[in-house]
Design a protein around this ligand. Sequence first.
Ligand code: NAP
Length: 259
Amino acid sequence: MDLGIRGRKALLVGASRGLGKACALALAHEGVDVTIVARKRDTLERTAAEIAGAAGVKVTPVVGDITSKAGRAAAIEACPAPDILLNNADGPAPGDFRNWSRDDWIAALDMMMLSHIEMMRLTVDGMMARGFGRILNIVSRSVKIPQAELGLSNGARSGLVGFAGGLARQTVAHNVTINNLLPGIFDSDAQREHIRGMLTEGGKTFDEVWRARAQGNPARRYGEPAELGAYCAFLCSVHAGFITGQNLLIDGGSYPGTF
Ligand SMILES: NC(=O)c1ccc[n+]([C@@H]2O[C@H](COP(=O)([O-])OP(=O)(O)OC[C@H]3O[C@@H](n4cnc5c(N)ncnc54)[C@H](OP(=O)(O)O)[C@@H]3O)[C@@H](O)[C@H]2O)c1
């Protein structure tokens, strides 16, 4: 299928590793020029070279922290009129809400909700004026299956999807769609970090928990980032203009409900 987005420009936040990188690669393979943002220069520049070598498109790396005003300004300066915006950043550390301060909550909101909303604010009007836009937020299944140890994610990400759902209905008539991708377990750095945070003294080893989580999924495995990248590319295509305001699970069937 020709996705019809060759020559478009995408701004992808959190795209030096894992799911964001997979989205950048998938879009680049469709002929989209990509601007990728992350905090650590080395990995980011390696990824930029890898994508450019693999897909032959223009790849612009931007070093920046998207939770900061300077980071967002650098991203927009490098890609002032994106056709596609991917919002993505770190998830939270697991923990007990009794130990979280107001500062912890504000940091979580900045990372998983407010920076994404600000990036939408900075780009959505231009997309509407130009008559094409695709905005995707990488969120988490935790907005549909609250995870006991991930209260910061359950809370902050629910705020994001609530907001995005309202905005999506105001932009779609201008061919600007806004959707949320809700990953289940994927083989990535964030997944490993999450498991390390769950280990307790004298409890199961990392490998035991890693395997148990795969076995607990109906697919008996972790998702591959490339699978999410391909989903992202389709949702950014010309064919996906009637899909908006959706919370789209990609989780091997781990969400147990019919609806
Ligand atoms: N993998 C899973 O199984 C899974 C499941 C559910 C939800 N999620 C969520 O999906 C998101 C992506 O997960 P992942 O597995 O792809 O994570 P990952 O492999 O750790 O990659 C995260 C990417 O985002 C960048 N990043 C993080 N914070 C940033 C910031 N403040 N500003 C700019 N760039 C930033 C990282 O680069 P730098 O560190 O260099 O900035 C990296 O490129 C996370 O929010 C995660 O919680 C993941």
